[in-house]
Design a protein around this ligand. Structure first.
Ligand code: AVJ
Length: 331
């Protein structure tokens, strides 16, 4: 359903369940903030402001994952493209598609029309990116999908592609628990044909001395990104959070192998949220767990894929081996 102003024959928009979406935000906030350990799903970070803040995070000196993956794609785009061939490229969580441009350029140099199918939860970024790409790439045909693909990779079946390369970059898989990741990969593998490929960009395990500052930067951009979810609850659900009364917290959970982000209440307080008809009580220092970012070793990535019916065929690393780009084929 095209709502954008500029019509273009090389652009199609698909829109999945935005109505359900609103309902789900209220429901998820109600569930999360009444649990013993309060929590919120990280996908709600990405409203327009949150998506902008994430872009700023990617430019931070401490936040290496973005640049490491960009380095891999920049260095090995031709090799990666050679593995993918001319398959339509589907991307989960495409965002501004900055990294993906390296791959799109490799397609463009072939001089034939090619298909790019970005799927993202942020409508603004999706539309904006689609229009930019149309201007930058004369051969691209875009089918964009506004959807929440978490837990349902099957949304990409709406593209009705015969053969495809499915990309899940930016370590977004890291936001899923290991069980959710396994389920997501297994269900993705189940809708892949024998010649399809799956491309996974994932952050690798490393010292917490490097990990923690990446999620607790000196400029406080990650703190603003984390706190933004409170502004979103205020705006969309009639919440009465005073974000000043919360502080950003990032720690590495060694046992789970993940970075955890929390919002910690600086004082005891009660926060009314009109749309969920609740007043949420906080003790001093009580936290809302807002994100887990799982880190993997190469062996863990291989095993995870193997169990999900995906065989690891190629790997690419950045020079420091901070990040992994893995190519799988269905088994
Ligand atoms: C978008 C999930 C990859 O986990 O590194 C960045 C999100 N959170 N800083 C990550 C994020 C805080 C990011 N991912």
């Amino acid at each position: 359903m095209p709502t954008e102003a500029i019509p273009n024959e090389r652009l199609q928009f698909h829109c999945m369940d935005v109505q359900v979406h609103q309902h789900t935000f209220a429901q998820d906030v109600a569930d999360g903030l009444t649990a013993p350990q309060k929590w919120l799903p990280p996908k709600y970070f990405y409203d327009e402001r949150g998506s902008q803040l994430y872009e700023q995070i990617c430019a931070l000196p401490e936040y290496y994952p973005y640049r490491a993956e960009l380095e891999i794609l920049g260095t090995y785009a031709a090799e990666i493209h050679a593995e993918i061939g001319h398959l339509a490229l589907v991307e989960f969580g495409s965002g501004s598609a900055t990294k993906t441009r390296h791959l799109l350029s490799a397609y463009e140099w072939e001089g034939q029309p090619f298909r790019y199918c970005p799927v993202d939860i942020s409508r603004e970024i999706l539309q904006d990116t689609a229009h930019r790409l149309l201007q930058e790439y004369s051969q691209v045909e875009i089918r964009a999908m506004h959807a929440d693909f978490a837990g349902q990779p099957e949304v990409i079946q709406a593209f009705q592609l015969e053969k495809k390369a499915v990309a899940f970059l930016g370590s977004s898989l890291g936001n899923f628990t290991p069980v959710e990741s396994f389920e997501f990969l297994r269900r993705t593998a189940a809708i892949m044909g024998p010649e399809d490929v799956f491309l996974l960009g994932i952050d690798l395990k490393k010292s917490s001395v490097i990990l923690v500052p990446a999620y607790d930067d000196a400029q406080g951009v990650t703190a603003a990104f984390n706190l933004n979810i409170l502004y979103r609850i205020n705006r969309e659900l009639g919440g009465r959070f005073d974000p000043q009364r919360f502080e950003h917290l990032a720690l590495y959970n060694d046992e789970q192998g993940c970075i955890e982000m929390h919002l910690r209440s600086r004082q005891a307080q009660r926060v009314p949220i009109a749309k969920i008809e609740q007043v949420v009580p906080f003790g001093k220092d009580e936290t809302i767990h807002t994100e887990s970012s799982y880190k993997y070793s190469l062996d863990e990535v291989r095993d995870l894929g193997y169990q999900a019916n995906l065989v690891l065929r190629r790997t690419w690393f950045d020079a420091r081996r901070y990040f992994l780009l893995a190519l799988f084929r269905p088994s």
